[in-house]
Design a binder for this molecule. Structure first.
Ligand code: SF4
Ligand code: SF4
Ligand code: SF4
Length: 266
């Protein structure tokens, strides 16, 4: 779908928290009309539908799942989250968050009430999992093998986090696990297979948000398998539906529970 400069400028003025949804709707609307170019008038019509009284409530579906461009061939992808998208969407649909939100908010439901999941295929985090209720990040853990290292230094140069150093005595790289973000780039450039991928999986971040009281998500320690991700998300959705009142975001529940329960008592 192509956008005229005027349509592009107009869509960029839509508040950021609904821009993606409005853009999607405009594109679908224009496609239904059998056109491949969006004009300013198309944006104006759809914008009115969203911003008039009650219009936004009709567009809210209760959740939003976004992904990075890893599956479109991004060379930085460490572990694909593409297959997770369908299973997560099914889980969230089963949880019927829209009915849950409507039960307490009625027609006051807005986009900022939606439960947000962001998927990305590497720690560059282009889909911003740090500000989603749940963020899932593909990761690849490197390991140093016993094969001969050429000393080319490619791994040191490519690491964005200065996590690799080369030891002249052992003639091998050493990875600082505290600095390593598990992006897998060092393994991709190693010509001698001295650095290889030990395992791939997903990092999980919980409880991020923007808005009036922004907060970055907290990361669960460790790396999780596909099935474990689904279990964590299922558990989080249950927790959210049990504790959230009047549209409270998932991350606010963390804050509230932290205040009520001192960390030492669990
Ligand atoms: S998060 Fe990583 S894999 Fe996804 S688009 Fe960004 S750089 Fe590419
Ligand atoms: S996996 Fe990424 S962050 Fe970790 S050492 Fe290799 S290049 Fe650096
Ligand atoms: S581990 Fe691989 S990339 Fe790093 S210096 Fe040795 S051969 Fe080169």
């Amino acid at each position: 779908m192509k956008w005229s400069p005027e349509a592009e400028a107009a869509i960029n003025k839509v508040p950021f928290f609904i821009r993606k949804q409005v853009k999607k709707k405009v594109a679908a609307h224009v496609e239904n009309l059998g056109r491949s170019m969006v004009h300013l008038a198309d944006v104006t019509v759809l914008k009115q539908q969203f911003l008039t009284k009650g219009g936004m409530a009709k567009q809210v579906k209760g959740y939003d799942i976004s992904a990075c461009f890893g599956s479109a061939g991004c060379p930085h992808a460490a572990c694909s989250t593409a297959d997770l998208m369908t299973d997560l969407e099914n889980l969230v649909k089963q949880a019927d968050i829209l009915s849950f939100l409507k039960a307490s908010l009625g027609e006051n439901i807005k986009f900022h009430h939606e439960f947000r999941i962001a998927l990305c295929d590497c720690p560059n985090a282009c889909s911003r999992p740090q500000i989603a209720d749940i963020g899932i990040m593909g990761a690849a853990v490197p390991v140093v093998k016993n094969t001969d290292c050429t000393g080319c230094n490619f791994c040191v140069q490519v690491c964005p986090d200065q996590a690799v150093t080369f030891t002249e005595i052992e003639e091998k790289p050493v990875i600082d696990q505290d600095l390593c973000q598990c992006c897998g780039r060092c393994t991709q450039v190693c010509p001698a297979h001295t650095l290889e991928t030990a395992r791939t999986g997903f990092r999980i971040l919980l409880g991020g948000r923007l808005g009036r009281h922004p907060r970055l998500a907290l990361e669960m320690p460790g790396l999780y398998s596909y099935d474990q991700v689904l279990t964590v998300v299922r558990t989080c959705l249950d927790f959210y539906k049990t504790h959230s009142k009047n549209g409270q975001r998932f991350s606010l529940l963390f804050t509230r529970i932290n205040q009520v329960i001192p960390p030492e008592s669990g």
